[in-house]
Write a protein that binds this ligand. Structure first.
Ligand SMILES: C[S@@+](CC[C@H](N)C(=O)[O-])C[C@H]1O[C@@H](n2cnc3c(N)ncnc32)[C@H](O)[C@@H]1O
Length: 195
């Protein structure tokens, strides 16, 4: 694969740890591209939770999953804020959450003023870190070209800089030769406890 887009990095990072029967979370479902990607990996015996604050995004995601033949009981879509993430994942699924994706910013084709925000993003990533199973991975894709984007990215970074290195590996993937604030990915891996 040629890594032309940040989303390709995030998918390749997740693909290595997520498989049939696992549980995954798309914390910013948007138009459902990442939710579909996750559903294809977890399969009919797994489960993907898609969350978005906009009903329009939830409907677009539902349409994409249905149009692509994803088994209806293998996903749940919630219209709400990912800052309530810990309340949205049922107890039986918690130990199996092997992947969580955040794709910050605004809904492509939607209202550009409805973006993810610093406070809710920090709260959500913090809860996601509690949720992720040992050996699991999380990707955070940041867009810093819109108002509030740099502040949001900096706030989440401050949170991650405080994470315990004996538990978390945190990496940043950036294009360094592209103009105009290209998106970048931060990946987290939770130690499986035996390395
Ligand atoms: C860049 S888009 C996500 C794109 C998506 N991953 C895809 O594959 O199409 C960002 C999404 O975050 C959503 N969002 C903004 N604030 C949110 C919040 N507090 N909780 C959940 N979703 C939120 C927006 O509505 C928007 O759809």
């Amino acid at each position: 694969m040629r890594f032309r887009k940040a989303v390709q990095w995030s998918h390749s990072i997740i693909r290595e740890v997520l498989g049939p029967g696992d549980v995954a979370v798309d914390a910013t479902a948007g138009n459902g591209h990442d939710t579909l990607f996750l559903c294809r990996l977890t399969g009919p015996d797994g489960h993907v939770h898609g969350i978005d604050i906009q009903e329009q995004a939830i409907e677009a995601t539902r349409r994409r999953l249905t149009d692509n033949g994803v088994t209806p009981w293998s996903f749940s879509l919630t219209c709400g804020s990912h800052s309530n993430l810990s309340d949205l994942i049922p107890g039986s699924h918690r130990p199996k959450v092997r992947a969580i994706m955040f794709n910050f910013g605004y809904l492509p084709g939607g209202d550009h003023d409805l973006t993810t925000r610093e406070e809710t993003s920090v709260a959500a990533v913090s809860q996601a870190m509690d949720l992720l199973a040992p050996g699991g991975r999380m990707t955070l894709t940041f867009y810093t070209g819109h108002p509030g984007g740099p502040e949001e990215a900096a706030a989440v970074r401050r949170l991650l800089e405080q994470s315990d290195p004996s538990i978390w590996v945190v990496l940043e993937y950036r294009f360094i030769n592209l103009p105009n604030n290209p998106p970048y990915v931060v990946a987290l891996e939770r130690s499986a406890g035996c390395d």
